[in-house]
Design a protein around this ligand. Structure first.
Ligand code: NAP
Ligand code: ZN
Ligand code: ZN
Length: 347
């Protein structure tokens, strides 16, 4: 049986219908009937080959929720019929230092839900969630708590995973002053985490019309970077900044918002970062990155969301050739409020 997906055939081309014969189900894999899939800015980066690593045809989509319809003979952790979520990572070597430390997101041999070579002739790369079905290693199909609605939960599989991990790693004291730059798919979930973890949360946005919703997501204050002089009001006032912006910004101006010894954590993937080293040195700032999350933290994040009713604010649309392209265009225009989720027609 072929899977019916949507693929980009060359950089920046439109997505088109794409059928492929999947690799036979492996003993440690599950096959998932995809209910819905969120659209992440990374899908746009990859469709346009911004990182120079895309293999075409490329089937994007790594915020997947669906139901297990079959499983390999070694899969005991999931039952047929279970509702599961799949994010950007679907495997690792399980034997290197980082895998053994439980940090498989940094494994050099990681498998991604799409764009990883497979060596198979019919399916030469992994293909993602803009599809009716996907087969993945069962250990990377996470059980979705009953309290979470599928559409509102799908973006948590990447936007949630990515913005949860910096907080899990840095363990800031309650009351810390945390700034979130960029209130898009990642940023609007990060505001909710920051608020529910007990931090004084400041939304830092170039879109003044996001002010009210940012406060609903948990921001105590809203720094409108399009308004002159406001950056000065917040100078030296933050303990931690999580930057989700996909484009290059005036990095030095944002670093000046930190207190001495503050931390600037980058999760957005712009093409370059430039700042004045003197600023980082003289204020003893920490500049770091964060990538996806460990399997343990993915599970903790989903539980935390279920307990605190954290959900993505979504615009859902049926998964079809027109809408997959519309969704990517919306991301280019910074217009989603706050994540587009593509929903497969129910069978
Ligand atoms: P998104 O929904 O497009 O949100 C990005 C936000 O950044 C926008 O809503 C906008 O917020 C702000 N922004 C965009 N262009 C800007 C500009 N020129 N100047 C200032 N602000 C700008 O994107 P996303 O899906 O959240 O993804 C964000 C980034 O994270 C992407 O680069 C993606 O590839 C990356 N990512 C990284 C990881 C990881 O593991 N590290 C995982 C997933 C995604 P305002 O309107 O509020 O200014
Ligand atoms: Zn993503
Ligand atoms: Zn490994």
């Amino acid at each position: 049986m072929t899977f019916k997906a949507f693929a980009v055939k060359k950089a920046c081309a439109d997505l088109v219908e794409f059928e492929y014969l999947p690799i036979p189900l492996k003993d440690d894999e599950v096959e998932i009937d995809i209910e819905c899939c969120g659209v992440c800015h990374s899908d746009l980066h990859q469709a346009c080959d911004d990182w120079g690593s895309a293999h075409f045809p490329l089937v994007p989509g790594h915020e997947i929720v669906g139901y297990v319809v079959s499983k390999g003979k070694n899969v005991s952790c999931i039952d047929i019929g279970a509702r599961v979520g799949v994010g950007p990572q679907t495997g690792s070597c399980k034997s290197c230092d980082v895998c053994l430390k439980g940090q498989a997101q940094h494994c050099a041999s990681k498998i991604k839900s799409y764009n990883t070579p497979t060596g198979d002739k019919d399916q030469p790369f992994t293909y993602g969630g803009f599809s009716n079905r996907i087969r993945v290693n069962a250990e990377w199909a996470f059980s979705i708590p009953d309290a979470l609605d599928s559409i509102a939960c799908a973006p948590l599989l990447c936007a949630g995973v990515t913005t949860w991990m910096p907080f899990a790693r840095h363990k800031l004291p309650k009351g810390s002053r945390v700034g979130i730059i960029g209130i898009g798919g990642l940023g609007h979930v990060a505001l909710q985490f920051s608020h529910h973890l007990g931090y004084h949360t400041i939304a830092i946005s170039s879109s003044s019309n996001k002010r009210e919703e940012a406060k609903e997501f948990g921001a105590t204050e809203f720094l409108d970077t399009s308004s002159s002089g406001v950056m000065d009001d917040f100078k030296g006032s933050l303990d931690f900044i999580l930057c989700t912006v996909s484009a290059s910004i005036d990095w030095s101006a944002y670093l000046r918002l930190l207190k001495a010894e503050g931390t600037f954590c980058l999760v957005g993937l712009p093409s370059e970062v430039k700042f004045t080293p003197g600023l980082v040195v003289t204020q003893s700032l920490n500049f770091c990155g964060s990538y996806l999350a460990s399997p343990l933290e993915i599970k903790r994040m989903l539980e935390f969301c279920a307990i605190h009713s954290i959900k993505a604010k979504t615009e859902s649309m049926q998964m079809n050739a027109f809408n997959v392209n519309l969704a990517l265009k919306k991301i280019k225009d910074n217009s989603p409020r706050y994540r587009v989720v593509l929903v497969n027609p129910s069978q």
